[in-house]
Design a protein around this ligand. Sequence first.
Ligand code: TXA
Ligand code: MG
Length: 346
Amino acid sequence: MQTQIIKIDPEKIDNEKINQSASILREGRLVAFPTETVYGLGAIATDPNAAKKIYAAKGRPSDNPLIVHIATPEDAEKYAYTSPLYYKLANAFMPGPLTVIMEKKSSVPSEVTGGLNTVALRCPSHPIAKAIIEATGIGIAAPSANLSGSPSPTESHHVISDLSGRVDAIIDGGSAEIGLESTIVKIDGNSLTLLRPGAITRDALLCVCEEVNIAAAVTDALKENEKPLSPGMKYRHYAPNAPLVLLDGEKQDIINFLIKKAEEQNILVLAYSEEISLLSNVNTIDVGTCNDLQTQAKRLFAALRAANELELDTIYAHLPTQEGLGLALYNRMIRAAAHTVLKVTN
Ligand code: TXA
Ligand code: MG
């Protein structure tokens, strides 16, 4: 398949190119586009055959449901049975990086929801994503635009390297601002269950809803035979080619440990900016300063992709905090590390 690359400046939307992308989608074909979280691979959400093309292009297991992207919070009425709590969340966080799971209506084919009777809905804030959904006039089913198992794409060249030749068009629309996928919550009556942490933090959700439970799989490995609340929780995710080990300990002990390791092994360190000069003989990627969780979030997936370009024995990174945006970083990194945490002491 020939993949068309369509360049659009997010600051100066070209309506002709948006309409061109929307007509490809309306024909039941696939278009990758930027969102504020990560790039998505879109197809119209009402056509089972279009959804099947997404699974084929990504190599994604067909029981792992897709998020349906809508132009306005009210468009949820077309696809789900909403509730007052949904509108409280929508008023506070939409458009933006929040996905809400509710009971689905029959307009959503079961191919999109992996056979579940619920649907995940998200109203993105990115100007290109918004314009495309609006111009298409139908909800857009879109998972992250990576090959199944690899890190979500935060730059158009990530999408091009994963999906070129497998999809109809890829919109080159700059970097994804947040860099980690949306927060996913499931509405259960008057309470919320957090299935995937993201830029909308648990504390932010608590401003709208008194009860926000965190699904165990957000921080812990699934137990054998445990049925996950979200099918995506059970799949191997983000794992780099070389093993990733997360380090927990005092800053100086970690620096000493890494300098010693680098003498024995081919290692890469996802290091804080302030550590780079201390690790002068060590192969490093700067992930941002220790307290700058936003930058760390934005750089994580690109760093994991860059690691895969190198021949490495081990990748090391800091064990993130679970506070605020840290929980989203923790969730992605603990999975990329297959829950390998090393306590470093002197
Ligand atoms: O930021 C994002 O959410 C990006 C952009 C493109 O919007 N999308 C994204 O999609 O990350 P995806 O498919 O890579 O991740 C969606 C997750 C999967 O783990 C899936 O299992 C879960 O959402 N999910 C979708 N529908 C669900 C449902 N009805 N019940 C439980 N989990 C669901
Ligand atoms: Mg994904």
